[in-house]
Design a protein around this ligand. Structure first.
Ligand SMILES: [Fe+2]
Length: 292
């Protein structure tokens, strides 16, 4: 139990009930014995228009079956710091849904952090600083990534898809992107604190994963960079302070086969603890709400 954070535990795989819980509380767990991969797909299809993560079919994630919108989570076994999925680019998913086929023998817990409660608990001066702060992400997307994202194979088609991305931008976002050869170079402005689906502001971003996760085969850290408007990094001492508070509002999910976790990607940040069991299998689907 974490004071100020309530994640309901539901005993049925009902999209309407789950969505109501996620809008109000930011997240929900579904624990119904015998829930299958088919149930997971049906449930998520009802809730959202699924999207394909840009790292699917790279070394980082494997698709599950013929449809790349269901994939493994990041294949490393290292601990992953808190982050907001896809927060460095426009159109990032509204919802994330995780499904456990097989937990790790030890460790490998998913960590969920309520960014709304985190924001409330920050010192007033820190809260004021982050509440109006713009973040600038810059990145390069190789063909393997933009082909997954746009569902196209050549640069000309990708340019058309890129032009359409403007309709996905939130009022506080801006994207400048262009191809140099077959590599897409992007610069994306967003906020450190964003409105959640219920409207409450949330410290929900990827500053911590960028600062604290080492580059590896499964994490292309060098392909993404974040800075403030003047090009300087987010202050390391402030981020350390925020990380300490984040630990006090984070919930560790001890997986059992068939369990689901659903959360608002504009309120809850997620990460995981490390493990060394190669049999851990947690799958993910993400997407945009159908009713919006
Ligand atoms: Fe993630």
């Amino acid at each position: 139990m974490v004071a100020g954070v309530h994640i309901p535990v539901l005993d049925d795989v009902d999209p309407g009930v789950a969505l109501t819980a996620v809008i109000e509380h930011g997240a929900a767990f579904i624990k119904r014995p015998g829930t299958t991969l088919f149930d997971f797909r049906e449930f998520t299809e009802a809730l959202m228009v699924p999207m394909v993560h840009h790292a699917t079919n790279t070394i980082e994630r494997d698709p599950v079956g013929a449809d790349p919108s269901t994939s493994t989570v990041n294949k490393g076994m290292d601990a992953i710091p808190l982050h907001r999925e896809g927060s460095y680019a426009p159109g990032c998913p509204d919802l994330l849904v995780l499904y456990c086929e097989r937990p790790a023998a030890a460790g490998g817990e998913t960590v969920l952090c309520d960014g709304a409660e985190l924001l409330r608990r920050l010192d007033e001066s820190t809260r004021t600083y982050v509440c109006d702060l713009d973040l600038y992400w810059s990145w390069e997307a190789t063909p393997a990534r933009w082909q997954q994202t746009f569902g196209v194979t050549d640069v000309a088609q990708a340019r058309v898809a890129l032009a359409r991305v403007g309709s996905l931008l939130r009022p506080y976002e801006r994207l400048d992107g262009d191809f140099q050869g077959d590599v897409l170079h992007g610069r994306f402005r967003t906020k450190a604190v964003i409105p959640s689906k219920s409207g409450v502001p949330s410290f929900c971003n990827s500053l911590m994963i960028y600062a604290y996760r080492e580059k590896s085969d499964y994490y292309a850290r060098d392909s993404f960079r974040v800075a403030l408007a003047d090009g300087s990094p987010f202050p390391a001492d402030l981020l350390a302070e925020i990380r300490e508070v984040a630990e006090t509002v984070s919930v560790r999910v001890s997986w059992e086969p068939g369990n689901l976790a659903v959360f608002d990607n504009s309120r809850f940040m997620h990460g995981r603890t490390g493990f060394d069991d190669t049999g851990r299998r947690v799958l993910i689907r993400m997407g945009h709400l159908r009713n919006q």
